[in-house]
Design a binder for this molecule. Sequence first.
Ligand code: F6P
Length: 323
Amino acid sequence: MQLTIGVLTSGGDAPGMNAVVRSVVRMGVHHGFSVLGFHRGFDGLMRGDFEALGPRSVSNILQRGGTILKTARSEEFETEDGQKKARRVLEEHGVGGLVVIGGDGSFRGAHALFRIWDGRIIGVPATIDNDIYGTDETIGFDTALNTALEAIDRIRDTASAHERLFLVEVMGRDSGFIALNVGTAGGAEEIFVPEVVTDLDACTERLIAARDKGKTMSIIICAEGDDQGGAFATAKELERRTGFEPRVSVLGHIQRGGRPSARDRILATKLGAYAVEAIHDGKTDVMVGEVRGELRATPLEESWTKKKELDRFLLELIPILAR
Ligand code: F6P
């Protein structure tokens, strides 16, 4: 089958996006497809800004963070006019399939396009937040976790040396996957996530009781979207309540950059190739993912309407292990 397919990266970048692009291009060529890489996500799609990609255009990118295609969050594409512009470009260039690499916002866009366009559209979940239903892990999550963990291990050294309370803010506007997992791996005393109402009274009691029992340092991990308004605000309030002099470290975009971990490269490679297989098999309006070791295609809409739950067992374990 002769087919032209497009690929784009959209929303917040995630380590492993390049590995997906490489896999899409080479699997596409394997099937005899022509592949167009659209620049800056849906912005490039609406403007017809693309380059033809062959096996050599994706050499030496497997190990690189960021995305060679660039990325953007496009407000215009949320409008019907924007979506129609994209459809026009796809029709004009004879594109029959499109791989959208990104998170939930990107999949909403992809689903909107599916409604008005005849081609096949497949989502590949890549976001450090891991907040996508239909895959156990999103591409980029493992790398971000390990980046944050390395930082927290370093903070632990100085927290221990100075016998301090530290609040470390990690990314996750609406989800606590990074916070919970890095907090567990880094031995944090408390974890604040958007999914759970924070009990600051109980937290204060635990911190004071731990000090009384000889614990000289503590680390609290706050997801940026927790209900306390971020690490600085929480630190101020805890200082008032405990009399400790906390320090704050906001890890920020460091978590989004860097070389993808082996695990992310493997997941990216599998899902990129599987996305092309899905197009080849005539699938559309689905997101590809891996669930319990098996490749799956989930309706795009379910990727954001259904919720992937945080591990409750881990959440309950944190205060028990912090004593
Ligand atoms: O969606 C990924 C993410 O890194 C979130 O964790 C974070 O809240 C957001 O993107 C930050 O976005 P921006 O880079 O546009 O400020």
